[in-house]
Design a protein around this ligand. Structure first.
Ligand code: F0G
Length: 462
């Protein structure tokens, strides 16, 4: 008799030791909350949110090993032992000899942009990220998108939509000259493209190209372990390498990197920059004293640095990252059952709803993604985030609205926080909103802040 093979599921490599109650609310209650928040999910009180998928940034559950480390905080103003532990681990896992802590990722972006960019420079990158571009442009630079075209097409299933198009980069170098390009900024995976990774082959090619022209290559390594995971499971030759080995190899091509530790490192606050460039390091070490704090704490408590040092050890564990991305995938597959329009392939940190396809009757000026995020909140108290025309902001030179091809709602998964049952509830809510989509009208922006408007803009229902 043939042996019957039963399908074997995966499960999280941890169990729950402490719980945090969440509040279920009624539709009339949420209607009031949404109105008070100007239909911007960033302006809701977290207490009024049921399942919070706004971001995976600083919203992670720390392990008992990290919490134990919090008790070992050395809160000395200078030379905290936790700083040295963290520095050792940065060397070990990212392979960068020099390291400067900052209170979060954008603080590192600020410092790097100030050091590297001169007014009139161009900074090519694989799609913009909101805070990254803002700091590059505040330093007088101009961001230029050199990601492959496939990244701007939500339905395209290219396995490495985060790749840089070498031709776009060469064309820019020819047009403006290598001297006007202080560095190429490469993120992996690419947040705004839907959490899409770059391949090692592409990285090597871009490295060669930048070397040829004497241009530096810098890495937004905020979610680098997710990129490493995708390389392991999608790229030939990497299937037997560990996440730590792939991460180290990725980093070996960069002159330096910055990290928002609030993601991969599974802490609630923190960031840093690390580099092999002694000159940049010396400048950064000096500048951090002005903006963040002494170079051995960078705006962080000793205990925060200890939690980061320990998070670094956990972030490269294969089972951990597999369960994280497995949860995102599970959510995507459940949504597919209701034919919800999604971004493909599913990303590392989030599922992205294609708001242009979800609400085809709304023009982009009526903020389809902003509208959809607020409708999902109204239906169930689930909070997601707009990643479309509001996030894209205005062109820094013309002041006109940018019209990005991708008009998305991001449902982002905090690490080790929610269960499959939470996902089922969230999926059913989105399916209901999709059922009722024809009744949905758009929004009108009634308040627009000058910088990073998506965080604080206010809207009215049409
Ligand atoms: N780079 C990337 C790719 C990010 O996703 C973020 C933050 C930053 C830099 C800035 O780091 O928040 O620590 O200052 N992303 C969050 C998000 C806010 O929700 O995607 P930060």
């Amino acid at each position: 008799m043939a042996k019957k093979i039963i399908k074997r599921s995966w499960a999280e490599p941890f169990k729950i030791k402490m719980v945090e109650p969440i509040k279920m609310t009624t539709r009339p209650y949420r209607e009031k909350c949404a109105k008070d928040a100007g239909y911007n999910t960033f302006l809701l009180k977290s207490d009024d949110v049921y399942i919070d998928l706004l971001t995976d940034s600083g919203t992670n559950a720390m392990s008992d090993y990290q919490w134990a480390g919090m008790m070992l905080g050395d809160e000395a103003y200078a030379g905290s032992k936790n700083f040295y532990h963290l520095w050792d681990n940065v060397k070990k896992y990212y392979g960068m000899p020099y390291f400067v802590p900052t209170h979060q990722g954008r603080a590192a972006e600020h410092i790097i942009s100030k050091i590297m960019i001169q007014p009139g420079d161009f900074i090519p990158g694989n799609m913009y990220f909101t805070t990254t571009r803002e700091h590059q442009e505040l330093a007088g630079g101009k961001f230029v998108d050199v990601i492959i075209d496939e990244a701007h097409d939500a339905q395209n299933t290219h396995p490495f939509k985060g790749n840089i198009d070498p031709k776009k980069l060469e064309d820019l170098i020819k047009k403006v000259g290598a001297k006007k390009i202080p560095y190429v900024s490469m993120a992996g995976p690419v947040n705004m493209a839907g959490g899409q990774p770059f391949s090692m082959a592409n990285l090597k090619e871009i490295y060669k190209l930048t070397q040829k022209h004497g241009i530096k290559l810098w890495f937004d390594a905020t979610r680098a372990t997710e990129n490493a995971y995708f390389i392991k499971v999608r790229e030939k030759g990497y299937e037997n390498k560990t996440i730590a080995q792939i991460l180290k190899e990725m980093c070996s091509y960069f002159d330096g990197l910055w990290v928002s530790a609030k993601k991969d490192l599974m802490v609630n606050i923190g960031g840093f920059l690390a580099t092999r460039n002694k000159h940049v390091y010396e400048e950064a070490r000096n500048m951090v004293v002005i903006y963040e704090g002494l170079h051995t704490y960078g705006g962080l408590a000793g205990r925060d640095m200890e939690a980061m040092a320990r998070g670094l050890e956990e972030m490269v564990e294969f089972d951990n990252i597999k369960a994280r991305i497995g949860q995102v995938e599970y959510c995507g597959k459940q949504l597919e059952k209701y034919n919800i329009p999604l971004v493909y392939p599913f990303g590392g940190h989030a599922i992205f709803l294609d708001a242009k396809k979800f609400l085809p009757h709304l023009k982009q000026d009526l903020f389809p993604a902003q509208t959809l995020a607020s409708e999902i909140y109204l239906d169930s108290g689930v909070r997601g985030m707009e990643r479309g025309i509001v996030s894209a902001g205005r062109d820094s030179q013309t002041g006109k609205n940018r019209y990005p091809k991708l008009e998305l709602v991001r449902l982002t998964f905090p690490r080790r926080v929610y269960t499959q049952a939470h996902i089922d509830v969230m999926v059913e809510s989105i399916a209901q909103v999709y059922e009722d989509r024809k009744k949905i009208k758009g929004l009108k922006m009634v308040f627009e802040p000058k910088h990073l408007r998506f965080f604080q803009a206010r809207f009215k229902k049409i």
